[in-house]
Design a protein around this ligand. Structure first.
Ligand SMILES: *Cc1c(COP(=O)(O)O)cnc(C)c1O
Length: 366
């Protein structure tokens, strides 16, 4: 029997109402970033979600523990999800769906070419994912998806649609639990209570789960949600909706959990680190990637975590963290899967994906 999730320990009745699969390897480690702390003259810590899955890590694994459990409980045999071509979320979904005997379909939109996109596509191929590539417009995307879902419904039972990034209220529970997990680690003196958490914000589920979770767990922590995607995925309006929706889900399952006001003073969307567009690497982001590697042996990347770390380091350098403690939430996978893709050929992917292997990678990824 795996240990009970901290969220379920805090609210035992939730465990009876909310399905959960315990493949995420939790708690994730947390520790001080000694090198970066000296470099930036600040007290910096890290929460290491990078290896929380045996086959693939990163923040999506926390969400999938709830999302896939819910799919299984409802008896579906296929999950359908969305992402950019190199999506870590789509890949994590494919890998853990397969482990649970579920089929998975990924609907993908274009993104700039990078080595990580190639690797993720091949790993998806190894996981047996059914890939579809389509143009960028969200209306078109939704239409395509629903048509496809309808077709799949007639073929093999209706698939469970998991939104981009896994950021539905059910998925966000993974990050509500993460806040309770952090509280345990603070109480055990593994890390001190941080004043702020810095987290890359794509579809906002990680940041909003941490915001709601820290409020419920009684932790006074600011969430610095660093924008890495354009408007529609990261916005205050969306943040409020996700917060309320997840709070409502918890309240319905356990009336002892109060319905909270959105804590404006504890939450900021940080602008200025995205660069020209999603998944296009920036000079500051890549400098942060190199520094984290050199000083603390932490592996970050250019789409999400490098940009979030650039924000944290900028705050440290401009004195905003003077006398404060900051915790960087590492949301990126560090499980090596080179062996699984060594013998795979991209020609086995649908043709629309071949360009990711035939065009040169973006300049800052060379
Ligand atoms: C998806 C992802 C994020 C963003 O998480 P959201 O919950 O969608 O905001 C951050 N970092 C990495 C590495 C990711 O793959």
């Amino acid at each position: 029997m795996p240990e009970l999730l901290p969220l379920f320990r805090a609210y035992p009745r939730l465990a009876e109402k909310i399905p959960y699969e315990s493949f995420p390897m939790l708690p994730s480690p947390a520790h001080r970033l000694n090198g970066l702390s000296s470099e930036a003259a600040a007290e910096l810590y890290i929460k290491c979600d990078d290896a929380i899955g045996a086959r693939y890590g990163g923040n999506k694994v926390r969400k999938l523990g709830f999302l896939l459990a819910s799919a299984r409980k409802d008896g579906v045999d296929t999950v359908l999800t969305f992402g950019a071509a190199g999506s870590n979320h789509a890949l994590a979904t494919a890998i853990y769906a397969r482990e649970m005997g579920l089929r998975s379909i990924s609907m993908m939109v274009p993104q700039p070419v990078a080595h990580s996109v190639r690797k993720n596509l091949l790993r998806g191929l190894a996981a047996g994912v059914e890939f579809h590539h389509y143009g960028g417009l969200s209306a078109v995307a939704m239409g395509t998806a629903l048509v496809f879902a309808g077709r799949a419904a007639r073929m093999a039972g209706f698939p469970r649609v998991i939104p981009t990034g896994g950021s539905s209220p059910v998925g966000i529970l993974g990050f509500v639990n993460a806040a309770f997990e952090l509280r345990d680690q603070v109480e055990a003196a593994i890390v001190p209570l941080p004043d702020a958490i810095y987290v890359a914000s794509g579809t906002m589920g990680s940041a909003i789960g941490l915001l709601l979770g820290t409020q419920l767990a009684g932790l006074r922590i600011r969430i610095e949600s660093v924008r890495v995607t354009a408007g529609k995925f990261t916005s205050m309006e969306r943040g409020r909706q996700l917060f309320a929706g997840t709070n409502q889900l918890l309240h319905e399952a356990e009336p002892d959990i109060p319905l909270l006001q959105f804590p404006e003073e504890r939450f900021t969307i940080r602008e200025g680190f995205l660069g020209p567009q999603y998944a296009l690497y920036t000079e500051e982001g890549m400098a942060a990637v190199r520094l984290a590697k050199a000083l603390d042996h932490v592996t970050l990347e250019g789409t999400y975590t490098g940009k979030a770390m650039a924000c944290l380091l900028d705050d440290a350098r401009t004195g905003k963290l003077a006398g404060k403690r900051a915790l960087f939430w590492n949301t990126y996978n560090s499980v090596d899967f080179a062996d699984e893709i060594a013998d795979l050929n991209y020609h086995n992917l649908p043709e629309a994906f071949h360009r990711y292997f035939e065009e040169e990678v973006q300049p800052l990824d060379r």
